[in-house]
Design a protein around this ligand. Structure first.
Ligand code: MN3
Length: 214
């Protein structure tokens, strides 16, 4: 048993023109594949019982740098692919209990997006912006550096269960947007999978359970 690179849940060109085909190929087939290979190498998985990725992530802050970086690289990218969908295949805005929670916390979806955009734009260097649910059941927005993930206990400013994530490493946008990270962030909302995010919220995050990654 070892961890495997998941297929994209859509075609490589499905997020055009917001995210280009070449970036998706490189990002999934080269970058994400590399994190999976290095995670397997770092874990040296030979035992019949492979630990779950969420268990590895939870304790990654006390693990080796290789495990922390590559377990994060695998989980974060897997959730990132699921955070997106081709335009027109999902509700263009949050719905249901997730929308109620967003409105309760920030007053409007637009204000939540403004806070999220700031977190994503102001992350210095490589990292991620996250929408998730903290231990008190409240929605939070945080950014993390490198491959860190709010599921890694004690590593981030807030421990929480992620619902939605945006990759702001340069490899995620540089071919198309070059140094225009704010434009990439702004246009990313066009391909956010709000139906999937609502499911992540209802079935997992609102119950304090990490969204499982196959
Ligand atoms: Mn990436």
């Amino acid at each position: 048993m070892s961890f495997k690179l998941p297929d994209l849940p859509y075609d490589y060109n499905a997020l055009e023109p917001y995210i280009d085909t070449e970036t998706m190929h490189l990002h999934h087939d080269a970058h994400h594949a590399n994190y999976v290979a290095k995670l397997n190498a770092a874990l040296g998985i030979t035992a019949p019982n492979t630990p779950s990725l969420t268990d590895i992530i939870a304790t990654a802050g006390k693990s080796t740098v290789a495990i922390r970086n590559n377990a994060g690289g695998h989980y974060n990218h897997s959730l990132f692919w699921k955070s997106m969908t081709p335009v027109g295949t999902t509700n263009p805005k949050p719905t249901g209990s997730l929308k109620e929670a967003i409105d309760g916390k920030w007053g409007s979806v637009e204000e939540m997006q403004r806070v999220f955009n700031d977190a994503a734009a102001n992350r210095f260097g490589s990292g991620w912006a996250w929408l998730g649910v903290d231990g008190g059941g409240e929605l939070q927005i945080v950014s993390t550096g490198n491959m860190d993930n709010p599921l890694m206990k004690g590593v981030c400013e807030v421990d929480m269960v992620p619902v939605l994530v945006l990759d702001v490493w340069e490899h995620a946008y540089y071919l198309k947007y070059q140094n225009r990270r704010p434009e990439y962030i702004q246009r990313w909302w066009s391909v956010v999978n709000w139906d999937q995010a609502a499911e992540h919220y209802d079935l997992y995050a609102s119950k304090g359970v990490p969204v499982p990654i196959a």
